[in-house]
Design a protein around this ligand. Structure first.
Ligand code: IDP
Ligand code: MG
Length: 149
């Protein structure tokens, strides 16, 4: 079973100085970051990332938003990580997301909702190459691994 996901800290997370706060939640949950980089996406790469939304009415705004400033992309690993990260994120619309989630605590917007996490293995496989090659994902051991599985 695949136990990796792609997380993107969106431009608002960087502009609002929430990068440390969000990464801290990922670390404290016991997840393992195995790749991380800051990227200013081109329109072409942004359109590839969000290709499943191409026909939605918000597609053009979404591409404008995600290319409006740097993002931080991460590969994160852990038990059932796709599900776990989606729960940490909360619902898409920050105004409806539960308190205690990242979006619930820091966003009131349906668009500027701070964080992306792959919603399935299929999405992960499509999204990962927008940011990373397989060689960029680092295999290493953390000393807490026996305490979190
Ligand atoms: P998700 O990020 O929770 O998986 P999706 O429905 O996959 O949500 O939408 C992708 C992104 O598009 C959202 O995170 C948000 O930034 C933006 N978005 C979703 N729905 C709307 C909308 O109705 N208006 C504007 N932007 C939206
Ligand atoms: Mg989605």
């Amino acid at each position: 079973m695949i136990n990796r996901t792609l997380i993107i800290l969106k431009p608002d997370a960087i502009q609002r100085n929430l990068v440390g706060e969000i990464i801290s939640r990922i670390e404290k949950k016991g997840l393992k970051i195995t790749a991380m980089k800051m990227v200013l996406l081109s329109r072409e790469r942004a359109e590839k990332l969000y290709e499943i939304h191409r026909d939605k009415k918000f597609f053009n705004d979404l591409v404008n938003y995600i290319t409006s400033g740097p993002v931080i992309a991460m590969i994160v690993e852990g038990n059932d990580v796709i599900n776990v990260v989606r729960k940490l994120m909360g619902k898409t619309n920050g105004a409806e997301a539960e308190p205690g989630t990242i979006r619930g605590d820091y966003s009131t917007s349906i668009e500027k909702n701070l964080i992306h996490g792959s919603d399935s293995e299929e999405s992960f496989k499509r999204e990962m190459p927008v940011f990373f090659t397989e060689e960029e994902i680092i295999k290493y051991t953390k000393i807490d691994e026996n305490w979190i599985k």
